[in-house]
Design a protein around this ligand. Sequence first.
Ligand SMILES: Nc1ncnc2c1ncn2[C@@H]1O[C@H](COP(=O)(O)OP(=O)(O)OP(=O)(O)O)[C@@H](O)[C@H]1O
Ligand SMILES: [Mg+2]
Length: 263
Amino acid sequence: MNVSPMIDPNAAPAPSDRRIIAVASGKGGVGKTWLAITLAQTLARQGRRTLLFDGDLGLANVDIQLGLMPDTDLQSVFSGQMALTDVIQTHEPTGFDIIAGRSGAGGLARLPIERLDALGERLVNLAPAYDHVLIDLGAGIETTVRRLVRPAGTVLVVTNEEPTSLTDAYAFIKLTVRDQPATDIRIVVNMAPSKGAGEHAYRTLVKACENFLKFTPKLAGIVRRDARVPDCIRHQMPLLSRFPNCEAAEDVAAIVQGLSDPP
Ligand SMILES: Nc1ncnc2c1ncn2[C@@H]1O[C@H](COP(=O)(O)OP(=O)(O)OP(=O)(O)O)[C@@H](O)[C@H]1O
Ligand SMILES: [Mg+2]
């Protein structure tokens, strides 16, 4: 972890649109997709116009977690058949809009940078129609994943308390600080056995960021491990539709509350 920050002179221009929120992690399986869906549902319940974009281009699974069979998806956009606005679908039970991906679409996972940037631009153009645009990213730190962070003014880096997850979150933060120094990077500790354990994981990650990057990412929130989360995913139902008052729902509501805090 002993790498000092290098500010790239060709870094992306400062994304000013904090309406656009990327959900990232580094390590896979830490709960990005679930969190992005639950944030979207929480925001929609508060009457905010919300778009959830499935940015996990290779292994899209927003539709799977929600039990949807989308008529159209990003594949139609990239094959030139449809515009991005044409593939927006409203998830009627929750009220937020979705741009679904196509799981197993190998071609989408290998899009060249120019096409990723063009996609990002189109998302930026869509943002004024919404109060919030959430981007659920794939795992990893490859350029194809990180390029979709560029349109975002806020990045929620999700980790759990395991050392591998913390290390990968650190790697993601390091690259984002280098490429997009003005982006508001915040940490979510998910699946925490307790609030205290989550705070300990956050402090561990912040210590590495401060020591090696001279950067202190804020805590967006701690989401406790809650057995109702996998239960809902098994039933392909969003959390708040079944357990609106459970611990994980309460914790996501607190994250939403803090989103408007200044960076
Ligand atoms: N707060 C939580 N409590 C309990 N289980 C959770 C919680 N958050 C997520 N999970 C579990 O973690 C699993 C992985 O979640 P999810 O698919 O959203 O992760 P991901 O980071 O999007 O994965 P990938 O990197 O593959 O895209 C879920 O199936 C769910 O069972
Ligand atoms: Mg996912």
